[in-house]
Design a protein around this ligand. Structure first.
Ligand SMILES: *[C@@H]1O[C@H](CO)[C@@H](O)[C@H](O)[C@H]1NC(C)=O
Ligand SMILES: *[C@@H]1O[C@H](CO)[C@@H](O)[C@H](O)[C@H]1NC(C)=O
Ligand SMILES: *[C@@H]1O[C@H](CO)[C@@H](O)[C@H](O)[C@H]1NC(C)=O
Ligand SMILES: *[C@@H]1O[C@H](CO)[C@@H](O)[C@H](O)[C@H]1NC(C)=O
Ligand SMILES: *[C@@H]1O[C@H](CO)[C@@H](O)[C@H](O)[C@H]1NC(C)=O
Length: 354
């Protein structure tokens, strides 16, 4: 299991459900045409030592932005070019479904940025070696190859959506912090995106779910500081079916972490508001404003994120003559609704489709 995959709690569940509806692109509105202007301010972060090697930025100046164990949230950045095009990737990794599970998680890199947890986050992270979204090869990754790459550590256990003011007592006697949304807000503030021309928020698995949940809010805050920036969302393997076995597990994170979801979704699902953490439920609200400009790449392969499974790799999953990252680039340049489906009538999993 790779460092970034960090899929601890329910890999089988997430894997199986996500692969049924592996949406490689989950979009949002181009707000306006990119201005093409250069960033006025020098970036706050220094260029990394080499391509793909991102540098850690601890969110020490943001008091609320804490991981489960109370340590500061963190992101990694690999600045590219004039730093006007930014891809912000939210790490995935399940969620914690009880206080005990959150306590356990708070002693891992998915709940802490402390240097003394086993497998702790280091000062740099080699993004290109881990994920095709971060490839600097423009043939494989035509859209994001020349973007600044930001990787946000997922250490809150609830999709960057928790919002509890006071730390909760945990069974072991320590305190748990449920502050995921403050981490995301701090990252957006710290990146200082006022000069950005193109911003894409994305993620895989839990990070894809978080993309569905937060894209509208991030787009709104960008409109205030960079009104000409083009903003889009890119959720990989984050579109899950609303079935009791899966959706019922969202009740704990929703309630314990005081998740704030779309008010229209909450009103429509008053009897089970935690369904608003399930992307097949949320998408209707999250993408309402985008209407026909949303698109999806649906593959029938047994795949979760870009983890190579039986040789299937996001580079070469092909449907209707395109691959997911090429479809993303095409869509971003010419925003429109699209659906690329691989063997629509095949039964999942379709080994011969991959
Ligand atoms: C927490 O970790 C301990 C030790 O590995 C394990 O025995 C326990 O079942 C875990 N608790 C939960 C709720 O996952
Ligand atoms: C870039 O990707 C293409 C397609 O996968 C490959 O043929 C080419 O060798 C790659 N270039 C480099 C420099 O790795
Ligand atoms: C829960 O979140 C709301 C905002 O959505 C906030 O007003 C409230 O104070 C939070 N509750 C707790 C217990 O932190
Ligand atoms: C797809 O890519 C993977 C890894 O790069 C490789 O192992 C596999 O053989 C490729 N499959 C096809 C059909 O090209
Ligand atoms: C899929 O099945 C439907 C109904 O059976 C049929 O109308 C459609 O043409 C099929 N599509 C493909 C691509 O085979």
């Amino acid at each position: 299991m790779s460092r970034i995959d960090g899929q601890p709690a329910r890999p089988a569940l997430l894997c199986a459900l996500a692969s049924v509806l592996a949406a490689a692109t989950a979009p949002d509105p181009r707000v306006t045409v990119p201005s093409g202007a250069s960033r006025a301010d020098a970036p706050r972060v220094e260029a990394a030592a080499r391509d793909g090697l991102a540098r850690a930025v601890p969110l020490v100046g943001y008091d609320r932005a804490r991981c489960l164990d109370g340590s500061p949230g963190r992101y990694y950045v690999d600045v590219y070019g004039d730093n006007t095009k930014i891809y912000v990737h939210l790490q995935g990794g399940g969620f914690c479904g009880s206080l005990g599970a959150c306590a356990n998680r708070s002693r891992t890199p998915l709940g802490s940025t402390r240097p003394d947890v086993p497998g702790a986050w280091g000062p740099t992270l080699d993004l290109a070696a881990e994920r095709p979204y971060f490839s600097r090869n423009a043939t494989r990754n035509p859209l994001l190859a020349d973007f600044t790459h930001v990787f946000v550590v997922y250490c809150d256990g609830a999709y960057f959506a928790g919002n509890v003011a006071d730390p909760a007592p945990e069974p072991g006697g320590d305190s748990l912090f449920f502050r995921g949304r403050a981490i995301l807000d701090a990252v957006v503030a710290d990146l200082d995106l006022a000069g950005a021309t193109d911003v894409i928020l994305g993620g895989c698995s839990a990070g894809g779910i978080a993309t569905f949940l937060h894209l509208d809010a991030v787009a709104a805050s960008l409109r205030a500081i960079a009104p000409n920036a083009a903003v889009a969302g890119f959720a990989d393997s984050g579109y899950y079916a609303d079935v009791p076995y899966y959706t019922n597990q969202k009740r704990f994170p929703f309630e314990a972490q005081n998740v704030t979801a779309d008010p229209r979704c909450l009103a429509d699902h008053a009897d089970r508001p935690w369904a608003c953490l399930v992307s097949s439920v949320t998408a209707k609200y999250a993408f309402a404003a985008r209407g026909a400009a949303a698109g999806a790449f649906v593959d029938a392969c047994h795949r979760h994120c870009d983890r190579v499974d039986a040789g299937h790799d996001v580079w070469n999953i092909s449907a209707q003559g395109t691959t997911p990252l090429v479809a993303l680039a095409d869509w971003f340049s010419h925003p429109r609704g699209f659906l690329v489906e691989q063997a629509p009538n095949a039964s999942y999993p379709c080994e011969s489709c991959c």
